[in-house]
Design a protein around this ligand. Structure first.
Ligand code: HEM
Length: 416
């Protein structure tokens, strides 16, 4: 392999890696199951490349999510007095906590995020998908991200959380700037993100004030009620919870719909099969999650003590990054992993995580994918890219892997 700085590629990927991360991950798997790196911000670390080790790593209590539990005085990059409070709150999200704090927060969210809520949402998901596709069908060229995947995922999670319509796009723009600013994880990017962060803090202030004054049938009001009922839940935790749900709830789903649609366009035989046999939609969603799931790697874990993985010693305090997209293409776990097969069984992918941090929104994410892919394929079986494949532009982030835009022609008569 030509010499490359793997730690840097992971934190700020080059255009080549962005365009085809799977080739990069295949090279890493060839190098071995555990690859030492130097992460530009988080320091000495190890990449875990194989399916089996990613699954066992996600269950290993010696790998923790809160760095302070692994490193003495282990404050994170954001834990500094000069950083705006809203950014420091990002470190309080459930995904960066260990037991017992994580369990306390997760129990609370389960109280509010009930199966009944998801059930109630499914007709609304179908309705939104239809509305957006009706509009898109009138255009000669649509951007599947801006015209479909983004409004679908953003409006859904916003409706769930009771975010007023006029605030949604502003939130989306601010969080995109923030995620891009923080992607390279360096101090300059962080400082440049301050004004955006302050705007976001005001947004959350307005949302909480609104839902306290006019509680509704939404998750934010439910979380406020839980806080008021005396659950051990601070105001900071409330804001960080809503922040995480808004971020996790729309960005991943948006990227999933974009990546999954592209995978179907790249595999016309599978697109045709789904058109002919719509009953395959559930296994198609699982395969699209495996094949082009949008979360490239897990949130950082840290070794609480010296550990050993596949004969490699990982010293206490080290960063451990489990590569989901690599695990999902591991030749040792899947037959012909580079082939999209919407009937694949078994399909033990890790696109939605595993263990105590398994995706809270998994049923919702699956239903969104189900409705979006099925209706797209059934309504527009002749859909195609409107630009050459190599001209597609990817977001500069391997962890949140997705397209900036996906220009498409939905049907030969669209827009006439
Ligand atoms: C296709 C869409 C989605 C994908 C691929 C996805 C993927 C993931 C993954 C891989 C994790 C675990 C990360 C880790 O262990 O480091 C996770 C956690 C999480 N996801 Fe999702 N997610 C999706 C949609 C959603 C939605 C719609 C919501 C909310 C409504 C959501 C909320 C969460 C939360 C709150 C966590 C943290 C759970 C914890 O720390 O216990 N996700 N997700």
């Amino acid at each position: 392999m030509p010499k490359m700085d793997i730690g840097r590629e992971i934190s700020s990927p080059s255009p080549k890696v962005l365009a085809d991360p799977y080739a990069f991950y295949a090279q890493l798997r060839k190098m071995g199951p555990v690859i030492p790196i130097k992460h530009p911000v988080l320091g000495k670390g190890y990449l875990i490349t194989r399916n089996e080790d990613v699954f066992s790593g996600l269950k290993d209590p010696r790998l923790v999510n809160n760095r302070a539990n692994a490193v003495e005085g282990g404050a994170g990059l954001l834990d500094q007095w000069w950083i705006p409070r809203i950014l420091r709150l990002l470190q309080k999200i459930m995904l960066m906590q260990d037991e017992p704090d994580h369990r306390r927060l997760r129990d609370l969210i389960h109280k509010a995020f009930t199966p009944r809520m998801i059930e109630r949402l499914t007709p609304r998901i179908d309705e939104l998908v239809d509305e957006l596709l009706n509009k898109a069908a009138k255009k000669p060229v649509v951007d599947l991200i801006a015209d479909f995947a983004l409004p679908l995922s953003l409006n859904l999670i916003s409706e769930m959380l009771g975010v007023p319509e006029e605030e949604r796009l502003g939130f989306f723009r601010a969080q995109s700037r923030l995620v891009e600013g923080l992607a390279g994880a360096n101090v300059a990017g962080l400082v440049l993100a301050f004004p955006t962060a302050i705007g976001l803090a005001r947004f959350f202030g307005r949302l909480l004030a609104l839902r306290r004054e006019r509680p509704g049938d939404d998750l934010t009001s439910a979380l406020i009620r839980a806080e008021q009922a005396g659950d051990r839940f601070t105001e900071d935790e409330l804001v960080s919870m809503i922040f995480m749900l808004l971020l996790a709830g729309h960005d991943t789903s948006m990227n999933f719909i974009g990546n999954g649609t592209l995978a179907l366009l790249d595999h016309p035989d599978q697109l045709q099969k789904l058109y002919d046999r719509p009953e395959l939609i559930d296994s198609a969603v699982e395969e699209l999650l495996r094949f082009s799931g949008p979360v490239g790697h897990a949130a950082p874990r840290f070794a609480r003590e010296d550990i050993e993985i596949q004969g490699h010693r990982i010293p206490k305090g080290s960063l451990v990054l489990m590569l989901f997209e690599s695990a999902n293409r591991d030749e040792a776990a899947f037959v012909d992993p580079g082939r999209l097969d919407i009937e694949r069984t078994p399909n033990r992918h890790v696109a939605l995580g595993y263990g105590i941090h398994y995706c809270v929104g998994a049923p919702l994410a699956r239903y969104e994918g189900r409705s979006a892919f099925l209706k797209l394929v059934q309504r527009f079986p002749k859909m195609r890219l409107a630009v050459p494949r190599q001209e597609l532009i990817w977001r500069k982030n391997l962890a949140m892997h997705g397209l900036k835009s996906l220009p498409m022609v939905l049907s030969p008569s669209a827009g006439r």
